[in-house]
Design a protein. Structure first.
Length: 122
């Protein structure tokens, strides 16, 4: 490799125009990893983030409108209780989607290992 080729290789690559979802789905391993399960998982995270952001804005507006310290504390406790319940529900949903996506992503590898094991038994 000559010096020009070396420095050419060191130049930063142009920024990708792909969306985060497209980048995540571009699996170098092929198979189901670039399929529907990962897309559903990423969409669920996106929806969760948007929903939580909106709830935070609404909570801050409500807290700002409170007139007494007691009412502030009661409202804050309500928001904390609601957010914990929502987090548990959302966590269960994300966990199930992640399990489905990872199981599908590992299927090609599982098949290859099974084929290797079957070949080794012969």
């Amino acid at each position: 490799m000559n010096i020009e080729a070396f420095f050419s290789a060191m130049k930063p690559k142009a920024a990708s125009t792909a969306t985060p979802l497209e980048l995540a789905l571009a699996s170098p391993y092929g198979g189901a990893a670039d399929g529907q399960g990962v897309a559903e998982l990423l969409r669920a995270f996106e929806q969760l983030t948007k929903r939580n952001s909106q709830k935070l804005k609404e909570s801050m507006k409500a807290l700002k409108a409170v007139k007494t310290p007691q009412a502030f504390m009661e409202l804050q406790q309500k928001f904390m209780s609601d957010s914990m319940a929502d987090a548990a529900k959302d966590g269960a949903k994300i966990g199930e989607l992640a399990k489905t996506a990872l199981t599908a992503a590992m299927e090609p590898m599982r098949q290859k290992i099974g084929a290797l094991q079957a070949g080794a038994k012969r």
